[in-house]
Ligand binder design. Structure first.
Ligand SMILES: [Fe+2]
Ligand SMILES: [Fe+2]
Length: 231
């Protein structure tokens, strides 16, 4: 399905420039009401295999958006890509995809010396798992749901089993669409070329299959070139 959409977009002259511009606007201004309704439409009308617990997905979206003080396109796009990669997506997967970076809203994680710092990444993913599972349990979710979400989020940076790998890959494809620009255009000036180069390469290279890398390739190349040009 994703491949088909990708090909149609290419055939119709899809312009990645406009695409990224849209996301830049969204990142800077947050979503307009129209965009919000499109975003929720795309989530609601996407053949999601939600069970009666879908109320928890909505609650987590609200919790995440309020915790960050705005809507981050990165989270919606991670949901989008995980749905493309997983034939049977459940509510736990959607919650994990939307909330995987929640720790950043809470702990003042700070800027690590290296974005690949193992301890930093470990703390980030484990803390995220804890925050989401606490939230779910406090709001009446089953321990089964809460544990599943914690399992997925707890290894979203490195992957582990097949489902954790797919969340990691969705995170990477989404990162290169929505967050890479900020790293290249802003953070590189402050934190240095090498640090951002390492992060971009790692986000692309950790994608677990050539088939899924196809969806990230274009953005990876674009932001790599931009980064080199700004050296
Ligand atoms: Fe993360
Ligand atoms: Fe992420």
């Amino acid at each position: 399905m994703a491949k088909l959409i990708f090909l149609i977009e290419l055939l119709m002259g899809w312009n990645p420039e406009n695409y990224d511009e849209n996301y830049r606007d969204m990142m800077e201004k947050g979503l307009s009401d129209t965009e919000k309704s499109h975003a929720s439409e795309s989530i609601e009308s996407s053949n999601l295999n939600l069970n009666t617990e879908s109320v928890f997905f909505d609650a987590v979206v609200k919790f995440v958006d309020e915790s960050f003080g705005r809507k981050h396109p990165h989270f919606e796009r991670t949901v989008y890509w995980l749905r493309e990669f997983m034939p049977e997506v459940t509510e736990a997967h959607l919650i994990a995809a939307y909330g995987h970076d929640i720790a950043r809203a809470f702990d003042g994680e700070g800027t690590p010396e290296s974005y690949l710092d193992t301890e930093h990444l470990q703390r980030h993913q484990e803390r995220g798992a804890e925050i989401l599972s606490d939230f779910l349990l406090k709001n009446g979710a089953s321990s089964e749901l809460s544990e599943k979400v914690a399992h997925l989020v707890g290894r979203h940076e490195w992957g582990g089993d097949e489902e954790q790998n797919l969340l990691r890959d969705a995170d990477s494809v989404s990162f290169l669409e929505t967050n890479a620009e900020g790293f290249v255009m802003k953070k590189a000036q402050v934190e240095g070329y090498e640090k951002i180069r390492e992060k971009l390469d790692w986000m692309f290279n950790r994608i677990g299959s050539e088939e899924r890398k196809v969806y990230a390739k274009e953005n990876y190349k674009k932001w790599s070139d931009m980064l080199n040009a700004s050296k």
